[in-house]
Write a protein that binds this ligand. Structure first.
Ligand code: FDA
Length: 439
């Protein structure tokens, strides 16, 4: 029976919420498997993305920034090394395969990997509805009390109205959201680093003078923002403010890197909670608040060169915190910075403040509404998630709710990263396919 709410009779086997690399990898896994299956066993999948077209951290596509993951951990290779959705196939199609190899690197440019993602997304565009922000997920309760479906409602691309679609399984992969520290607010001259390139380009195009830019934070994005602003505004002083003494190098050594292996997810998943916590603590420096050594050295070399030349545009205000940000009468900002060891304060007159203050998981409860109440929680009030990335629910729910990202407490450090997207896509696909098969 067709509900008056629904836009069609179609019941999707998988409805994806968000179409970043995680659900893109899943869509390709579905597409490739469907080709090998008889029509009645194929999965009917659709992915809803709020952006008008595919985009992966566009605000941080800095021209010389490189990937922090091997290109072999692309959307498919660890799942299916013969897939023609691989980064290598993309390179071959662009006529750059041999040129890339001659660079002798595993780490492509971020802009190039973005091109790869776009290329792959274009090939599965029949499975995606862009401009479709999901605003609610509602469980559908049958007469017998079973919840076998979710109704997923999204805003229409036209901006007027909504569409509701029904699904047996949903795959939530909405990524993280920019974090703004308490006491600070985004404004015309206060940006989160996720907006860095468009906002800096606007200023540069408008010919607005930038005499001083301040960057708050000590992670990879902060260091990249400092470097980018220093190059983009050649007359500006760029001040990097952070509480540490110096940037911490990212640990990308081979043994530590194994924490991102698919097998490490198995080990982590089955470990007791105190072991999980110690693994996160031991290996935090593979990912959080750390900077690639090459960039640290480049920034230091630039600062030293300027010291020798007697014109220091790059300044590091370490062991310091921003205490207040006020609008200045000239349209700029007065930023009060405290040097923590002495409590001494200085006010920096700046044209721009960039908050490179990280990202946080999105609040799922408001999106999932009633559906969130059906999810089981652990002692720490975190959602319980199975090894197949399926959320554990009360028994009457037979519909599947899969999470990609936001599962660091169950699946470890790779949860929000690219390292295992191909393998995770396979695991989710297998789980959904198994539920579809007649018993
Ligand atoms: P991602 O955030 O990419 O995508 C989520 C999508 O969901 C977005 O397109 C968003 O618009 C959409 N969405 C959100 N809410 C929605 C809603 N209600 N309805 C519809 N759509 C919605 N990791 C790594 O392993 N190696 C690396 O080199 C890097 N590099 C890197 C650079 C930068 C600048 C950042 C900020 C992060 C990285 N990362 C990374 C980590 C990064 O989180 C990871 O690469 C992927 O973006 C994770 O992919 P997802 O698809 O899970 O989320």
């Amino acid at each position: 029976m067709k509900s008056p709410l629904l836009d069609s009779e179609v019941v999707h086997d998988i409805l994806g919420i968000g179409f970043g690399p995680s659900n893109l990898a899943l869509s390709i896994a579905v597409e490739e498997h469907n080709k090998s299956l008889p029509a009645d066993s194929r999965l009917n999948a659709l992915f809803l993305e709020r952006q008008p077209r595919f985009g992966w951290h566009r605000g941080m596509l800095i021209d010389d920034a490189t990937m922090q993951v091997s290109f072999l951990k692309d959307l498919v290779t660890l799942r299916n090394p013969t897939s023609d959705y691989s980064f290598l196939c993309f390179l071959r199609e662009q006529g750059r395969l041999i040129d890339f190899l001659n660079q002798k690197t595993l780490f492509p440019l971020r802009v190039e990997f973005h091109e790869y993602f776009e290329w792959a997304a274009e090939r599965v565009s029949h499975l995606v509805s862009y401009g479709s922000e999901v605003v609610s997920v509602d469980p559908v309760r049958g007469d017998d009390g079973e919840i076998a479906f979710f109704d997923v409602t999204s805003l229409d691309p036209s901006g007027s109205g909504t569409t509701t679609r029904r699904a047996r399984n949903i795959s939530v992969a909405m990524g993280l959201e920019p974090h703004v520290p308490p006491g600070l607010e985004l404004a015309e001259r206060i940006w989160h680093n996720s907006q860095l390139i468009p906002r800096a380009t606007e200023l540069a195009d408008a010919g607005q003078p930038v005499r001083r830019a301040v960057v708050l934070g000590a992670g990879q994005s902060a260091a990249e923002a400092v470097d980018y602003l220093h190059r983009t505004f050649p007359d500006a002083e760029v001040c990097s403010v952070f509480a540490k003494y110096g940037y911490t190098p990212a640990d990308d050594s081979p043994f530590a890197n194994r924490i991102f292996d698919p097998e490490a997810v198995d080990v982590y998943f089955s470990a007791p909670s105190e072991v999980k916590q110690s693994l996160i603590d031991y290996h935090r420096s593979t990912n959080y608040s750390v900077v690639d050594m090459e960039l640290i050295e480049a920034l230091y070399a630039t600062a030293y060169r300027e010291k020798v030349a007697g014109r220091e545009r790059l300044r590091f205000l370490n062991v310091s915190r921003i205490r207040a940000v006020d609008a200045a009468s000239d349209g700029g900002l007065d930023i009060a910075v405290e040097f923590l060891p002495t409590g001494e304060k200085q006010v920096l007159s700046a044209d721009v403040l960039v908050l490179a203050t990280g990202y946080r998981p999105r609040d799922l409860s408001s999106l999932l509404g009633e559906a969130a109440k059906l999810c089981l929680r652990d002692d720490g009030d975190e959602v319980r998630v199975g090894r197949d990335h399926r959320v554990e629910t009360v028994p009457e729910v037979t519909a599947g709710l899969y999470l990609q990202g936001g599962t660091e407490h169950t699946h470890g450090l790779t949860s929000t990263l690219l390292s295992t997207v191909a393998v995770r896509a396979e695991e989710i696909h297998r789980s959904v396919q198994a539920a579809k098969l007649p018993v």
